[in-house]
Design a protein around this ligand. Structure first.
Ligand SMILES: [Zn+2]
Ligand SMILES: [Zn+2]
Length: 180
């Protein structure tokens, strides 16, 4: 791009493939490190810097927040950013030592484009709150009505009554053995 610098009116187009250096996104969904982004890049030389336009596409992978299966999410973002020659604070990005660093610009755009709550499909039913099966895989899945809480309480008491009795029996048998 050296031939573009300080030559207003010049323009270059490039197609790049960028290997993502670290995950772009969140713990839930991200364009993973090592995956590829396709970048159609257009560089235009203006009086005050280089105007960068890019179409970025790739694939994010993550997890459905409702049913936790792995999902893939297509990423398509457009970027337009001026990399300024001056160190004026009005410009977020600057031409640094005659190069431009696209990575932060692409990263910001990609991360912003990702869904905050990704789902495998809009009507994902999530997981059964009782047994955890994925409800979309088990249409009509249901459990019998839960046991009446009063009976559940009695069942608990019943269990408590039996356990100490078994302990007593074991202890007494131990005692008789010692006597022999
Ligand atoms: Zn899902
Ligand atoms: Zn269930």
């Amino acid at each position: 791009m050296y031939d573009l610098l300080h030559r207003p009116g010049e323009m270059r187009e490039r197609t790049l493939q960028i290997t993502v250096p670290d995950d772009m996104g969140t713990d839930i969904i991200a364009v993973k490190a090592g995956s590829t982004l396709d970048v159609d890049l257009r560089l235009e030389s203006l009086h005050d810097g280089i105007l960068v336009s890019a179409d970025v596409s790739g694939t994010a992978s993550g997890e459905c927040v409702r049913c936790l299966i792995d999902i893939e999410h297509p990423v398509e973002v457009e970027i337009q950013e001026l990399f300024a020659y001056s160190h004026d604070e009005a410009f977020e990005y600057e031409v640094q030592v005659d190069t431009i660093d696209l990575e932060p610009v692409i990263r910001d755009a990609v991360v912003l484009s990702l869904p905050f709550q990704p789902v495998c499909q809009d009507d994902c039913l999530g997981l059964c709150p009782q047994c955890g099966v994925r409800l979309l895989d088990n249409p009509g899945h249901e459990h019998e009505a839960p046991v009446d809480p009063r009976w559940a309480a009695l069942a608990g008491l019943d269990g408590l009554k039996h356990e100490p009795q078994e302990d007593v029996a074991d202890a007494s048998s131990g005692v008789t053995e010692e006597k022999r």
